[in-house]
Each structure stands twice: as structure tokens, then as C-alpha cells.
Design a binder for this molecule. Structure first.
Ligand code: SF4
Length: 396
């Protein structure tokens, strides 16, 4: 809990937490990057990363930090994807969202409402706080038994002592008062299936919105995901289960309230301001533990820097979470290679993964030997360029 200021203290004084977060950004004059649903869902995707938790919690501009570290990562949607996404969203929301509600009812088994019976409240207001208040009022005013569709409502969520403003694509209020979060994405549904990584990201994002609604309305634990069907413009919809991502988001947000403990890992006076020299910034960033995984490349601006460090350290995490899981207690590529080479009596070979590694190493050696070109003999034609035996191709 933040202590009350002493009597007579200036009311404008920032609380200690806020001053500390200002200092982490490099001073109160460095603007705080607001957290949005994408950032919060990315946090939930990598709950083990204290580096990201601290940088996001303090509102540090990670793209600027990556640039100052000399490892900028191309990040975010391309302009083309952005325009295409907006056009698709406008299309599915046309005619008062008739198509959206049809997809929702198809997914939930509810009776489709007549378009004239759906409330579509006006949510315009001045500033984010005004828009959020207008959204809250609109949700409270939907009469029982009535369908309503809220287009680009604005929700609030308290994160690490600051208010984050979150904007779902839409919310549907059902006649029973339940509220469904609707996410409209431009990635396609191909033959009825969606890329699981992208669907996971959409579910985490929807879970952040559901969390923001929790306590004010009965939010449903399934969100509607709407995507273009087979690269066309026709929308397809399906329900995303939010229970697991909701639990992950809750855990991660609870952790953000403990930023002071993470900030204590920094040496005295260290901060993430991009005006300082690169060595000092690098030292500050690296004093907070990270948990690099290849998935970071799609979700975090610091991915190139963290990947480089993970590779330098030979960390097996850089190979992916599934590979990491298979390798048991082996933590570095060096240990993995030692286990693959060691004979059964060597201590390096005691890990349960070692036997599988030795078998894989033997198979690789056998395949390479099969693929090795036979010694040239007079009259024997040379193998075609880029060709080789089946084993050789498999090895590559
Ligand atoms: S890129 Fe680095 S800071 Fe970002 S989530 Fe991954 S490990 Fe954490």
C-alpha cells in the first residue's frame, strides 16, 4: 500500500513507486509508454521474463532501448497488413454488425437477433477517460433481454499502479446480460483451422479485455475470433477458450505489482535511459534476468539483443521451448554436445537425455558417411551439382 503523504506535503509529489519508475526510464521527462492489450498479452506469453516485466511496468520504450543497444528488431504489422486488417474489420462490422452477431450466434447456438433489435450505442467522448466512462455507461444501460454491440469500446485496467486503456474490436451483450469479447484478425482460417500460435496470441489478447471487464459485467469465458476465410473477404468465426490465458494474465499482472523486487536487481543508479552510453545501458538491461525463447521474435522489441546473448551463453532455451523440454537437466549447448559424445560411464552421460543424444549423434554420423562422395574413379561420372543420395538430402 502507498503510504499517505505527511501533513503539509505538496499534493503533486509523485508517490515513491512512481518516482522509481520515472528514474528507471531515465528521468520524469522521459514519457511513459502506456501498456496496451498486445503488450499485456505478450507479457502473459513469457511469464518467466523479469526483464520484460520491469521494462513494460516502468513504461520504458523497448524499441528505443533495442535501437540504442545496436539490436533493433523489425517489429509490428506491415502497412499492407494494417490496411488489409482495417478493411476486413470495416466489412464485418457493416450494417450494424449483422455479420458479427450471426457468427456469434452460429458459434453459441443462440437465436440470431433481427438487426433492428440490436442496440449499437454511440461511444464517442472526449479523451480516453471520457470514452472509458461512456463505455461503462453503455454497458450498464443495456436493458435485460436485449442484444447490444459495442464497436471499439474503451476499457481500463489498473496495471502496476497506472491505468492502461484497452480497446477491443467489439463487445457483444447477450440477452442474458453476458458479455462476449470479439477479436477481429486479418490472418486467415484455412480449411477451418487457424495457425495455433496466432490463435493463442488472439486468445491472450481477448483474455486481457475479459480481465478488464471482470467485476463490472458478467463476461463470458469464451471470446469470438473472426478471421477471413481462405484468404478471401468472407468472415469465419469460432470461439476461443479464455480460461487458461485468463489465469496466465492474472498471474503476470499480479507479478507486475511486485516491480520493486525486480528493480532491486539493478545496481544503484542504473536505469534504461537511452541517452547514456551503450555500455552502461547494456549493463542495466543485462542485470535483469531474461527468459529468451524464439517466440520472443514475434512479440518483443528486445528479441535480437536477447537472442544474441542467449546464443553467446549457449543457452538451450534459444532452440525453443520444446527442445528445452526434451533436454531435461542439460542447460547449455556445450553440455548437450558433451553428453552426445560421452561414453556411458562419463558423468556427462548420466542425464536421461544423453542416451537419446548419443543415438541421434550416431544416426547423423551414419547418414553423413552414407552421403560422403565415393572416391573418384576413372570413368565414374561426377554427381550432379546440388544433388546426392537420399541420405545426403535428409541430412541437409
Ligand atoms: S526478448 Fe528478451 S526481454 Fe523480450 S520477452 Fe524475450 S527474453 Fe524477455
Amino acid at each position: 500500500m502507498t503510504p499517505s503523504p505527511p501533513p503539509g506535503a505538496p499534493s503533486t509529489a509523485a508517490p515513491p513507486r512512481s518516482r522509481r519508475l520515472d528514474a528507471l526510464r531515465g528521468g520524469p521527462e522521459v514519457p511513459q509508454r502506456p501498456l496496451d492489450a498486445r503488450a499485456l498479452s505478450a507479457l502473459a506469453a513469457n511469464p518467466g521474463c523479469r526483464r520484460r516485466a520491469l521494462l513494460d511496468g516502468a513504461g520504458v520504450d523497448k524499441a528505443a532501448v533495442a535501437q540504442a543497444l545496436g539490436a533493433p528488431a523489425p517489429f509490428g504489422q506491415s502497412q499492407f497488413a494494417f490496411v488489409r486488417g482495417n478493411a476486413f474489420e470495416a466489412r464485418v462490422k457493416a450494417d450494424g454488425g449483422e455479420a458479427l452477431l450471426a457468427l456469434l450466434c452460429e458459434s453459441t447456438g443462440e437465436e440470431r437477433p433481427e438487426p433492428s433489435a440490436v442496440l449499437v450505442p454511440d461511444l464517442t467522448a472526449d479523451g480516453p477517460a471520457g470514452r472509458a466512462a461512456r463505455t461503462g455507461l453503455a454497458l450498464a444501460e443495456v436493458p435485460a433481454g436485449q442484444w447490444a454491440l459495442l464497436d471499439h469500446p474503451l476499457l481500463t485496467l489498473e496495471v502496476a499502479g497506472a491505468t492502461a486503456y484497452l480497446e477491443p474490436d467489439a463487445l457483444a451483450v447477450h440477452p442474458d446480460g453476458g458479455v462476449t469479447v470479439i477479436e477481429i484478425k486479418s490472418f486467415p482460417v484455412l480449411d477451418g483451422t487457424v495457425d495455433p500460435t496466432k490463435a493463442g496470441g488472439a486468445a491472450r489478447q481477448a483474455a486481457v479485455y475479459a480481465l478488464a471487464l471482470t467485476g463490472s459485467v458478467p463476461v463470458r469465458e469464451q471470446a469470438l475470433l473472426v478471421c477471413p476465410k481462405d484468404f478471401g473477404n468472407q468472415p469465419a468465426g469460432g470461439l476461443l477458450d479464455l480460461r487458461k490465458p485468463l489465469a496466465a494474465c492474472r498471474r503476470q499482472l499480479a507479478r507486475l505489482t511486485d516491480l520493486d523486487a525486480i528493480a532491486d536487481l539493478l545496481p544503484e543508479g542504473a536505469h534504461f535511459g537511452t541517452e547514456q552510453d551503450r555500455a552502461a545501458l547494456t549493463a542495466a538491461v543485462e542485470s535483469v534476468p531474461a527468459a529468451y525463447a524464439p517466440e520472443c521474435l514475434a512479440t518483443c522489441e528486445l528479441a535480437f539483443h536477447c537472442r544474441e546473448r542467449a546464443r553467446e551463453a549457449g543457452a538451450v532455451e534459444a532452440l525453443g521451448r520444446s527442445v528445452r523440454g526434451e533436454l531435461g537437466g542439460l542447460r547449455t549447448v556445450h553440455e548437450v554436445l558433451a553428453a552426445a559424445r560421452a561414453d556411458a560411464d562419463d558423468p556427462a552421460a548420466r542425464d536421461p537425455a544423453a542416451e537419446a543424444l548419443r543415438r541421434a549423434a550416431a544416426l547423423r554420423a551414419e547418414a553423413l558417411a552414407t552421403a560422403a562422395p565415393a572416391p573418384a574413379q576413372a570413368g565414374t561420372p561426377a554427381p550432379p551439382a546440388g544433388g546426392g543420395t537420399e541420405g545426403g538430402l535428409a541430412c541437409r
